[in-house]
Design a protein around this ligand. Structure first.
Ligand code: FES
Length: 112
């Protein structure tokens, strides 16, 4: 499996995020946070914070960062790197392509 539809463009307003349950080629489910930056660009990262079992799609989006609501780690959605403790491990990021009104994500070929 390669690209799959994660959501519609209209589903995610700039400065927000939503959870998409996608599927790897192996058949395993992978929860992905679809993040739309304040500038309106789309990004896809692993939904689970690397510090705890908390959904990053429920976090606050600021510019190109999403902040975990549990302990405040901020992840750069372009690279997956955290810039605030306590998280020290990056989340995976995935290629995203907007095709008309659809947001497509390739979970089988992570960027990082
Ligand atoms: S669970 Fe996300 S920072 Fe602790």
């Amino acid at each position: 499996m390669s690209e799959q539809v994660a959501c519609d463009v209209a589903d995610v307003a700039p400065g927000t995020a939503m959870l998409a349950e996608l599927t790897l080629a192996s058949g395993a489910d992978v929860p992905v946070a679809i993040v739309r930056s304040s500038e309106g660009d789309f990004y896809a990262i692993d939904d689970l914070c690397t510090h705890g079992a908390v959904s990053l799609s429920e976090g606050e989006v600021e510019g190109c960062f999403v902040e975990c609501w549990a302990h405040g780690s901020r992840f750069d959605v372009r690279t997956g790197e955290p810039d605030e403790l306590p998280a020290i491990t990056p989340v995976k990021t995935y290629p995203v392509r907007v095709d008309g009104e659809r947001v497509l994500v390739d979970v089988d070929h992570p960027n990082s």
